[in-house]
Design a protein around this ligand. Sequence first.
Ligand SMILES: [Zn+2]
Length: 878
Amino acid sequence: MLNRMKSNLIMVVSLWFSAGLAAQQSPLTDPESHFGFKPGSDRNLFTYEELINYLQELDEGSPRISMQEIGHSPMGKPIYIAFISDEENIRNLEDLKEINRSLALDPGLGEEEIESMVHRGKVFLLATLSMHSSEVGPSQSAPLIAYDLVTTSDQKELEWLNNVVYMMVPCHNPDGMDMIVDYYKKTSGTRYEGASLPRVYHKYVGHDNNRDFVILTQEDNRAISRIYSQDWYPQVMVEKHQMGSTGTRYFVPPNHDPIAENVPAGIFHWSGVFGQQMATDMTAEGLAGVSQHYLFDDYWPGSTETCIWKNVIGFLTEAASAGIATPLYIEPTELTVSGKGLSEYKKSINMLEPWEGGWWRLVDIVEYEVVSTMSILKTASLHREDILRFRNRMCREQVELGSTEAPFYYILPTDQHDPGELVNLVNLMKEHGIDVYELNGDVELEGMVYRTGDVVIPLAQPFRAFIKEVMEKQEYPERHYTPGGELIKPYDITSWSLPLHRNVKAGEIGNRCDEVKGRLQKIEGEYSLFEPFEREVYAIVLPVTSNESFRTAFLALEEGLQVERLDVEMKYQDRHYGKGSFIIYNDPGKKEAWEKVTGQLRFRPGVISDKRALIAHPLVIPRIALVETYFHDMDAGWTRYLFDTYHIPFTVIYPHQFRETDLTGKFDVIIFPDNDKSILMTGKRKSDDEYYLGSYHPDYVKGMEKEGFGKLMEFSDKGGIILAWGGSAGLFEGILKIRRKDGEEEFQLPFRDISSELTKEGLYVAGSLLKLDVTPDHPLTLGMPERIGVFSRGRPVFRTSLPVFDTDRRVIGTYPEKEVLMSGYIAGEKKIGNKAAMIWMRRGRGQFVLYGFNPQFRASTQASYKLLFNALLLDDPE
Ligand SMILES: [Zn+2]
């Protein structure tokens, strides 16, 4: 990080060495001279470190730019904002930040105070570049934009810099940028130039990094979210992306329906103003193919644009892609449209000047990026005063709405089935910049008694729209293209309710109930229900109902402590611990480990002070293989993330490695996250009975093939446990074979996936939370309540059948007969009612657990985690 003082110091030092020269800054090197190529030129890319070095050089040499480090990527690279504005604004950043904060958060400002701040304030425009690392254009254009702005003497641009502080995050995903650039350089000049990266471009989640902004699991995303949730409160935000190669050249707002009804109209109006100006300016500069009201909707809060629920005028732009840095020739006949808003690739109101086809290069993308960025700066500058007033008006209106319109409060009792998830939810809301409170006395409300300590989230806050969006049950806004016509479908999922996804009880209070107001005590710092131990500790007991108990138990094993699981339920000191609850023994010889393990507890465990015998067995972590493919395997990545954060050790195995791996000797459990059966078997995607190769280097286009699958069946035959969800469950349907010395044995597991039939009959689940009735008293459902919500896209759905010979099956979870939907959207609900959603099967000693939902979906379905954890700990049936 370079602050002003430090760069002034460098200035002084450099002046020392250049004695005799006039006291002026050293000339700045333009990007082409610095990098040795013009950014955007064919087949040329710089790395993240090279990009940052250049911007730091500008920082050292120019008073118009200041780099600030804001956090780290998951693989440890520093992330920066480059503040670019005129010299005076850069000098006054801290004062301007205070103005931003007051306008964003203070609903009580008087008219004069507001006008004074509007007079002094600047529009802060946050731009996050290339979070999706194969979308290289925005980050590659960053040096050109920065250099132009810090050296310009153009009167118009200087005026923009006087009115606007441009906050450029030159790269939102540093890890991915280097992976993509390094891999491109490796393939450059070979037959396979531009081949897709054979992994996710991120430590864990790849493209899903832009699905993480409600749950904020990834470190880079938390750093970005903090900019608008806690630190800088910019008024405008743009995330810079690229899309496919054969569609429109550029997308600017407004977005298409559906829109989030919680977001105030003004936000959409303003993003439309920016979009309209971009379309106008870009077209005037001769850049064809700009589209609006197309493909991308504004319904779901998982992207960086989550800031629109926090009163930021937020939007995205999308440029058409080249072959990374390799030019592409696009035949006019290949041009096409998809999604919503355009039905033909023709001049129409949503694409007024279609691009005609031909060569498309990185340099084109860079040009579109530069022109669109200048247009956004211009719009922000033109409307500086209105935008600043608008920000405080949003704050006042949201606080007013929260105190006049239901719901007024969410109250979350501390008495929860899984108290750890309550704690996590509270800390997440605080990370989002939400004020959270505790009751300092009992209150009776709407027939319920809430106790001292229960958690209260008042809606009368500037970020009310966000609170309501993530705390309520989602009801999909059904809109149609024509009256009575086709439903407008969502771009992504339709459920994200934090309490429902975590199975945390939350009362939605519809009365103003002023007595609550007088009982609120703000939660400062990290929230925790843990209380220090008062007595000697022989062991602690952690209830099986809590995900955090599993995390702590796995950590304790990792740290070498003795951990057991109860074989029977136990009542101890007025608390009930179900079968499967964990005992962690204090070991005076391992003080450090003990402190580490107990130090991360966020709720109070049972404390056993005296030595006693418990009916329990040792917890042993099995040897786990996690199947990941080379094809941007995000679901496997999320599973790795989950396991890493829960201290569950595992080995990644690729499908083609099955052939040469001693599966039985090395592993006890093999996990298949959601994937295509054809990709797992052959390395190729299959659609309508045809295989597709894609753009991967042939070294990576390989699957298990028959031989590898045979090894998997031998693993099962010898007592291995196989878990699979989503499309991967299809691997185990139909007639399977096990090789024996005396030939092959055929068998069939007693189930079928009936989701295709249900879909034909009208079932449509748009990525929703469905109710699951959990089968009690089964090792897979230890610690589970009777009913939870599970995340489903409507397939697979199972039908079991009578077992033959040495096979067996149990239905572990069933969709209820009626009212299956918990949150989101479903059509043909009746079709899925009373169907099996999770099954356990056995053949000989081999066990199979198949899920019709993703138990760890984007690390946002905490209610179903235990269905996965328990499966890892299944006993051998013999
Ligand atoms: Zn993208």
